[in-house]
Design a protein around this ligand. Structure first.
Ligand code: HEM
Length: 162
């Protein structure tokens, strides 16, 4: 099975999803910056919808590849030149469990934030009654996505690089 493009014994889709998770954070911060300090509400909305669509498509393709083609993350780890010790394997499994807590809750929170925003903000978007709830949901989504990205990178490092 072909390896990834970052130079480690991974898979193409795994490397792509890692890059997407890293790329999404600065775009997200930019989207928050322009809404908070520049009041560019329509651009913020567009960026958020494009980000969400890009992430959904990448993660779906990654899940199909991981489970149907690679046969699970253990098979990718098994490609390492230097195999993981039993202790390292169990450490990596714990890191993955932590990552999956954030990776699982992010799409739910993200989806709720977007669904409410689309329903309750006017179009074109502008501050209104929904603003206080949107800010709470949106900051929670932002933190969740950032932690998904950080914990995913930590897992990738210990499973495939270290
Ligand atoms: C999960 C997706 C989204 C995230 C993470 C997000 C993030 C944020 C954040 C953090 C703020 C507040 C900035 C501050 O503290 O002042 C904000 C404000 C805002 N967002 Fe979003 N947003 C999302 C989706 C959307 C969508 C889809 C729309 C439009 C339909 C939208 C419209 C707005 C508006 C109008 C404000 C200004 C609220 C105000 O200042 O009163 N957002 N967003």
């Amino acid at each position: 099975m072909a390896d990834g493009f970052l130079g480690y014994k991974t898979s193409f889709m795994l490397d792509l999803v890692v890059c997407a998770l890293v790329a999404v954070v600065p775009v997200l911060l930019y989207s928050i910056y322009i809404v908070k300090y520049k009041h560019r509400f329509a651009l913020h909305k567009t960026l958020q919808l494009v980000l969400a669509a890009a992430l959904v498509l990448t993660v779906l393709a990654f899940e199909v590849d991981l489970h149907l083609i690679q046969g699970g993350w253990e098979n990718i780890v098994a490609k390492r030149d230097v195999p993981l010790t039993k202790e390292a394997f169990s450490f990596v499994r714990t890191l993955l469990t932590i990552h999956l807590i954030f990776a699982g809750s992010t799409p739910v929170l993200w989806g709720i934030t977007i669904a409410y925003a689309l329903k309750r903000f006017p179009s074109p978007p502008a501050p209104g009654d929904h603003s206080p709830l949107h800010k709470k949901l949106a900051w929670a989504s932002t933190i969740d996505l950032t932690l998904t990205s950080v914990t995913g990178l930590i897992f990738y490092y210990f499973a495939f690089v270290a």
